[in-house]
Design a protein. Structure first.
Length: 151
């Protein structure tokens, strides 16, 4: 059986996409693997994202921001599904991946969007993580995402 590869894609790969990758991969299902990337990746993982992942039982040392370009190379894993997020800056367009995988968009505000309405940064990251978990669980239950946990 071939592995299904999902790519969570966001602006900096330092918020929604990297937390979605971490949450999705927390299970033991080797048939489905999530990756994440950003259009303009941050230089290092945000300390609040690191803390929220650690607080939720995920080893944050395994995650770092990556550019989307690495998933467009011949040696890259085949991407079977691309997951983006709304709201996302209009300047970013989904790249053309080999094999033209389908695209799913989850409506989850990033922590920066939450800060604009007055939330403290760590609280905004926690809220984003909680909303991501819910959006991924709903998408999985509806069949829009393959299940991330082994049966």
């Amino acid at each position: 059986m071939l592995q299904t590869n999902i790519l969570f894609l966001d602006e900096t790969n330092n918020d929604r996409s990297i937390m979605a990758e971490a949450y999705f991969n927390r299970g033991l299902n080797n048939a489905v693997r999530a990756f994440s990337a950003g259009y303009v990746p941050a230089t290092r993982l945000d300390r609040h994202v690191f803390e929220v992942l650690r607080d939720n039982g995920i080893a944050p040392d395994d995650y770092c921001p990556k550019p989307v370009d690495i998933f467009l190379q011949a040696y890259s894993p085949r991407i079977d599904l691309v997951v983006g997020f709304e709201p996302m800056a209009d300047q970013f367009k989904f790249p053309i991946f080999p094999y033209k995988p389908p695209v799913l968009v989850l409506k989850v505000p990033g922590s920066a969007d939450r800060e604009e309405i007055g939330a403290h940064h760590k609280r905004a990251v926690r809220e984003t993580y909680a909303d991501l978990r819910l959006a991924i669980d709903i998408a999985s239950a509806r069949g829009a995402l393959p299940g991330s946990l082994a049966a």
